[in-house]
Write a protein that binds this ligand. Structure first.
Ligand code: ATP
Length: 698
């Protein structure tokens, strides 16, 4: 008898005996093939609903696993037809591995669905059963409910017609987007987006980096306030939100610029309109009134948010739980506008809501009545390729901005992002290797030769002013004569480390300068573990910086030193820090303005007050942080850096997808470097898309 049958039940036994099946599920969990949580759910349901067969318990563990992978459901057909795609199994050479999931799935009884339907743990959603089975799709009840809430919340809004004052619409749109402007054609989808946003209480504006989502939404808000002041004499109460603190801070920064541009226009109700556009952006958690230690929010259907409209930026990062909570808390007539890039990675949690909403965004699918209405409102006749008399109601509320004002056709980053999105890996490689685009570059990587990786990370590509980490470290401790210090002094000649007598304002100014210098470069990696994972990279980079004398870290056991950059990994409302915030440890007076008190290490975080204020926090108070010389691509969503370098691992793994590569490339504002050992891994990643299973907006 082989070891396999000695230690683990065979698939035949597991499918005939519940205890054997549960053993197998926990064995899979021990291998990391599924989560402990998934096996535990099956175990719990075996106790609560003992009439379930082993195949039923397997289905329960699988649907839970699916949620962990970002899906909303388990399709029974798909599980049978493509069992190998369900669970990524890392096999090793040992012969005591348990029978893999696909072997078990291939032997499921014909009556799997019938058995599930008869199981007392399963219902059709009407009662309180923990699982819901509908048309061959199995859900955890919570996700079925969220999916229904989101679908209902959106269709409720799609069925409402808005009152539009057509007399003011066209003239104001022409003021915001003058037809004679040389960029009028490039901005035509922005103008159309504004018109659609007035017409419907629900709208989605999707587009890549720099396509003008923020510009468009501010103009839409101006347009809506003109309409509101003309009809009801009071402006709309509008709130702006984003899924993370970082994204919220970034939006509030760019919004201030955009609002001030409205001053140049002679809009009806001018100052009133401008004052009625908010510049504060809160996180969705805060907007909904998150309460510590509970999933429940202060605002919900019975206590709705006191507002007329919400705009959510970076909506690709919003998961189904949050979207359901938002729709649940919005008054039925409140408007909702979502902004985001549909091609970016979706939230780590289940959902991919924006992606589902925008499934047909490329093709438009606008119906005749909408096309004609838009032409009256904007003077723009839609491209026939975007018209379709069978377009769904939802499609009439979605618009895609296609022209990037930041990366035009001559930009390497723009070309690269487009090639990746089109799934054209050869074109992406050509851009990376071509000499035409100096802002993008590919650097070959060898495991046993770290020089290139570390040189990129420390120095970047100086001839392009594409800096590495030396840049911000020189902002802390200038090194006269180096290109970084020369550049820094040229950019901000007067900002040096203050003297010990200097007041808080001077220290804040300096810290803001260091934090800004830090946004010049970020190294990204897809992975957490392994040679090119965040943890190992952080360690190697820290050692290299210490060797180069750029940081002073005398001992591996000393975590805190001046210059350490840290990433906040969970919201801390007490400290007013949000998931995704980045701070830098700096040696500053223990009491500002009192040099006699000596100095102390504090971590400087941007206060996000729009005035360059700094929040100084003692390292010991920071609970959820990690060093961030290397950052995962997932964590980088909602942030941008002048120069971004992506380390591509040398072997393919399920995490490497088109969305991931696109997200990494589009974090770069000016320069992008790919560090990779093999073209093949990049090519295969670009070919592979994330397909999240859900019935949302099917
Ligand atoms: N219609 C336009 N005319 C001129 N400049 C524009 C127009 N639309 C956008 N821009 C400029 O392009 C840049 C990017 O615009 P914006 O920040 O609105 O884009 P975004 O899609 O929100 O970008 P991000 O990728 O940062 O989310 C800004 O500098 C903005 O002023």
């Amino acid at each position: 008898m082989s070891k396999v049958t000695a230690r683990f039940p065979s698939q035949e036994i597991a499918l005939a005996d519940k205890a054997a099946l549960l053993d197998l599920l926990f064995a899979w969990a021990a291998r990391g093939w599924i989560r402990d949580l998934d096996a535990a759910l099956a175990h719990r349901l075996a106790q609560l609903a003992p009439d379930g067969t082993p195949s039923c318990l397997l289905a329960a563990a699988l649907v839970s696993h699916q949620v962990g992978q970002g899906h909303l459901l388990l399709s029974l057909d798909q599980a049978r037809q493509h069992p190998e795609e369900l669970i990524a199994v890392e096999r090793d050479a040992t012969d005591d591995a348990p029978p893999p999931p696909d072997a078990l799935l291939k032997q499921l009884p014909e009556a799997w669905e019938t058995q599930l339907a008869a199981w007392s743990a399963v219902g059709d959603g009407q009662d309180n059963h923990p699982l819901v089975l509908l048309n061959g799709r199995l859900y955890l009840r919570r996700y079925w409910r969220h999916e229904a809430q989101v679908a209902n919340g959106v269709s409720e809004r799609l069925s409402q017609a808005e009152e539009v004052v057509t007399e003011t619409l066209r003239p104001v749109l022409d003021q915001l987007f003058p037809p004679q402007d040389p960029r009028a054609e490039k901005a035509s989808s922005q103008k159309l987006a504004c018109a659609l946003g007035v017409r419907s209480p629900f709208a989605v504006i999707t587009g890549g980096p720099g396509t003008g989502k923020t510009t468009t939404v501010i103009r839409l808000l101006a347009l809506l306030q003109v309409q509101a002041l003309a009809t009801r004499r009071v402006p709309l109460t509008i709130r702006l939100a984003a899924p993370t603190g970082k994204a919220a801070a970034r939006l509030s920064e760019s919004i201030r610029d955009q609002i001030s541009q409205l001053d140049a226009l002679d809009l009806p109700y001018g100052a009133q309109v401008r004052n009625a556009i908010p510049s504060e952006v809160s996180t969705l958690h805060r907007l909904l009134g998150a309460r510590p230690d509970t999933r429940h929010f202060r605002y919900h259907r019975l206590n709705p948010l006191p507002l007329d409209m919400v705009v959510v930026d970076e909506a690709s990062m919003v998961d189904i739980d949050m979207m359901a909570a938002l729709l649940h808390a919005l008054p039925p007539r409140a408007r909702l506008v979502l902004l985001g890039d549909k091609d970016q990675l979706a939230s780590v949690e289940a959902g991919a809501v924006l992606g589902r909403l925008c499934a047909h965004a490329e093709r438009g699918l606008y119906r005749d009545e909408v096309v004609n209405w838009l032409e009256d409102a904007t003077g723009i006749r839609l491209d026939p390729a975007l018209q379709d008399s069978h377009g769904r109601d939802l499609d009439q509320s979605i618009i895609m901005l296609r022209h990037s004002f930041r990366f035009d056709d001559s930009s390497g980053i723009g070309q690269l992002a487009r090639a990746i999105n089109a799934g054209n890996s050869q074109a992406a490689l050509n851009v990376l290797k071509s000499n035409t685009f100096s802002e993008v570059q590919r650097i070959p990587l060898k495991r046993d030769d770290e020089r290139r990786l570390l040189s990129q990370t420390l120095k970047g590509r100086q001839q392009e002013n594409a800096w590495g980490y030396r840049y911000y470290l020189h902002a802390i401790r200038p090194q006269p004569g180096t290109s970084e210090t020369k550049h820094l002094e040229h950019e901000s000649p007067l900002i040096r480390r203050p003297t010990s007598e200097a007041d808080r304002e001077a220290w804040d100014r300096w810290a803001a300068h260091v934090l800004k210098a830090h946004t010049e470069f970020q190294l990204l990696t897809p992975l957490r573990n392994g040679h090119y994972g965040v943890e190992a990279l952080n360690l190697r980079i820290e050692q290299a910086l210490a060797r180069a004398g750029l940081i002073d870290k005398p001992d591996v056991a000393i975590y805190w030193y001046e210059g350490r950059p840290v990433l906040v990994t969970g919201n801390d409302y007490g400290l007013k820090l949000m998931n995704g915030d980045i701070g830098i440890a700096l040696q500053v007076p223990a009491d500002f303005g009192k040099p006699e008190q000596g100095t102390i290490l504090r971590v400087a975080f941007p206060a996000g007050d729009g005035k360059g204020g700094i929040r100084w926090i003692l390292p010991s108070r920071l609970q959820r942080i990690e060093t961030v010389y290397a950052m995962t691509v997932h964590k980088s969503q909602g942030s941008e850096f002048m120069h971004t370098a992506l380390v591509m691992p040398d072997t393919l793994s399920p995490i490497l997808t088109r969305e991931l590569v696109y997200t990494a490339v589009t974090r770069a504002k000016k320069n992008f470097t790919l560090l990779s050992a093999s073209d093949a891994v990049l090519e295969q990643a670009i070919q592979r898309r994330i397909a999240r299973q859900s019935q949302l907006f099917q």
